[in-house]
Design a protein around this ligand. Structure first.
Ligand code: PLP
Length: 332
């Protein structure tokens, strides 16, 4: 099935802007850094999940669902955006969140509640391990649940980022300087963003390196994220009839910035967040974009990019989590 045959609904505001981070680029003294503002996609304070949900929820509606179920961490941006999208469509939303109910909700969790989501606390299991049980319970109640996978990352969700790459190409062609990016850098965690960009690049026949900064540690005893990513790319290429012949070694995923693990803020994230805020007035988040920008800054300092090149940082959103990480983000 070609991409154009997949159903899509409108949930956000596109195209998202691209602009140069002139002051940050000058401060670092390396390549020109540009930013793609998917923090401005418009659904419930924005983020990359809007693009995936436009395809995923269209699929759910086409299948006649009356409720949505998905999973994530307590501060999941994906869950917050899914809850908002479900509200606009009049669908009940169930969120399976890692951890325990806190005494008071903040950040994304507060927003989940405002959107009317039903929350199921799952302890250690923040990647949707409990979804099948909740699906059976809902079905026994006569409901028709639609499962959005962890992070919205399957072949359907990936379609949103194939479109995103095409959107970028159109913006580059339309720009007065005919922009070209040697590298596109972003936070990679459940895979659909990365997968969509790789396949969008294959369709558009361009040369940019697609470089994901890995955010999460590999789980023991499971296939590595890189190999899951390669499988997702191959499956999506096959489902959507896209010519792709990359191997696992062509997947550029950088594991050097995981630090103390998922959601643990360190100096890397704190520095990146404050540099972007103070040089550009742009907010990054503590879990994803702070870490990815920290990685980009480190790679620039190591001289990985030619100073004549243009590098694109794809901002994937996440700012609502800032408020839930207030203590970790205090600058000393
Ligand atoms: C989900 C998320 C990502 C990771 O995108 P994947 O497609 O899951 O790899 C990056 N940044 C933010 C802010 C996110 O919420």
């Amino acid at each position: 099935m070609p991409l154009s045959a997949l159903k899509k609904i409108e949930l956000g505001v596109f195209p998202t802007p691209i602009h140069k981070l002139a002051r940050l680029s000058a401060h670092l003294g390396g390549p020109q850094i540009y930013i793609k503002r998917d923090d401005l996609t418009g659904l419930a304070l924005g983020g990359n999940k809007t693009r995936k949900l436009e395809y995923l929820l269209a699929d759910g509606l086409a299948k006649g669902c009356d409720c949505i179920i998905t999973a994530g961490a307590a501060q999941s941006n994906h869950c917050r955006q899914t809850a908002a999208a479900a509200a606009t469509l009049g669908l009940e939303c169930h969120l399976v969140l890692g951890g325990q109910a806190p005494s008071s909700a903040n950040g994304n969790l507060l927003l989940d509640q405002l959107f009317g989501a039903r929350i199921h606390w799952a302890g250690e299991k923040r990647k949707g391990e409990d979804i099948p049980n909740i699906v059976s319970t809902l079905q026994n109640q006569g409901k028709r649940p639609y499962v959005v996978p962890y992070g919205g990352s399957n072949t359907i969700g990936s379609a949103g980022f194939i479109d995103a790459f095409k959107e970028l190409q159109q913006q580059c062609h339309a720009s007065s300087q005919l922009l070209e990016f040697s590298d596109i850098v972003f936070a990679s965690s459940s895979g659909a963003t990365h997968c969509g960009l790789v396949l969008g690049k294959a369709l558009c026949n361009t040369n940019s390196n697609i470089i994901g900064i890995n955010i999460d540690k590999d789980e023991q005893g499971k296939d590595t994220f890189k190999s899951q990513l390669h499988t997702l790319i191959e499956d999506t290429a096959q489902t959507l009839s896209i010519q792709y012949d990359g191997t696992i070694d062509d997947v550029q995923l950088i594991d050097d910035y995981i630090g103390q693990g998922y959601g643990v803020v360190g100096n890397l994230e704190r520095e990146a967040i404050s540099l972007c805020a103070q040089f550009e007035g742009i907010l990054l988040d503590p879990v994803y974009t702070g870490r990815a920008m920290g990685g980009l800054i480190d790679m620039i300092r190591q001289g990985r990019f030619a100073s004549s090149s243009n590098v694109l940082f794809w901002h994937t959103g996440g700012a609502p989590a800032i408020f839930a990480y207030a203590d970790a983000l205090q600058l000393s």
